[in-house]
Each structure stands twice: as C-alpha cells, then as structure tokens.
Design a protein around this ligand. Structure first.
Ligand code: FES
Length: 163
C-alpha cells in the first residue's frame, strides 16, 4: 500500500519533469499510473492545479480512457487476456470464472486489498491461449476449473498472513 507521503513525493517528481501545458495531461496521468499503479485523488488534484485547469476536467479525461485505474492494485493482481486468440479460446468464460472466484468485477480491487482484476488485450503468448497472469506468473491454457486451482496458493497465502 502506498503511503500519502510516497504519493506526494511521486507527484512532485513527475510534475517537476513536465512543462505546464494541457497537452501533457494524458502523459502526466500515464506517468503517475506507471509509478503508483493507479491514480489517487491527490494526483488528480495536483495535476489539475499544475496545469491550471478544473479538477473535474482532469477527471473527465481520465475516466474517458479505460487504461486508467482509480483504486490501488491488489497484492495479487490478476490479469485476464481478452485478445483475439484468448477470446476465441474461451476468454469470456475465464473472465467470468475469475470474477466469481474473486468476488470482484473486472477493474475492481477487493476490499481487503488482496486481489484485483484487470482485462488486457494480447499479452504476446497467443500460442498458450487462453492465458491469465496472477502476480506476474503466467498461467497458460487455463480453463475455468484451473482458474480455481491457480488461485488456491494465493488465497492460502493471503489467509495465512491475515491470521
Ligand atoms: S490474445 Fe491472449 S496472449 Fe495473445
């Protein structure tokens, strides 16, 4: 979890390396998200004041693009590929299985901060379709049944850290 201080520091560093130009809005949003994994409210405020534009306009642009996230990623960030090969190989069923197993919708992070779920286009290993990634580990030729299996170690780890 990123602290408020870290967020402030990252924002200050990023703003310091851009010109005060509204054309830089999307690159600024991308830079913050790359560094923090999401766009915290403080970042939106900081960018708005840096570019001297209303905060609501910054939100308007950020919410227009589905590449931006407004909640932190979970500890076990899970990515489901919905590129053509994965989609044709049953990606929709995999996505549904993940949503069911994690009890969150795509784009969300669970309340306890453990799992988050994101859909992406091709991740470059179509021969292994359908593919998911859990905490940077690729799970090839996944099925809805294997989704359940693949999540077990992470769920156990999350559970044992809680107790
Ligand atoms: S479409 Fe999923 S890896 Fe290429």
């Amino acid at each position: 979890m990123v602290t408020e201080e870290q967020v402030d520091q990252v924002i200050a560093e990023i703003l310091g390396s851009y010109r005060k130009d509204r054309k830089n809005l999307v690159p600024l949003l991308q830079a913050v998200q790359t560094k923090l994994g999401y766009l915290p409210k403080e970042a939106m405020k900081g960018i708005a004041s840096f570019l001297e534009m209303p905060e609501v306009d910054v939100w308007g642009v950020a919410t227009f693009y589905n590449q931006f996230r407004f909640v932190p990623l979970g500890k076990y960030h899970t990515v489901v590929c919905m590129g053509t090969a994965c989609h044709l190989a049953g990606g929709r069923l995999i996505l549904e299985a993940l949503e069911r197993e994690l009890d969150i919708k795509v784009g969300e992070t669970a309340e306890d901060g453990n799992f988050s779920l994101e859909r992406v286009a091709c991740i470059g290993c179509c021969m292994l379709a359908p593919v998911i990634i859990i905490k940077d580990k690729i799970h090839p030729k996944i099925t809805p049944f294997k989704v359940e299996e693949a999540l077990i170690p992470y769920k156990h780890e999350a559970q044992s850290e809680k107790s």
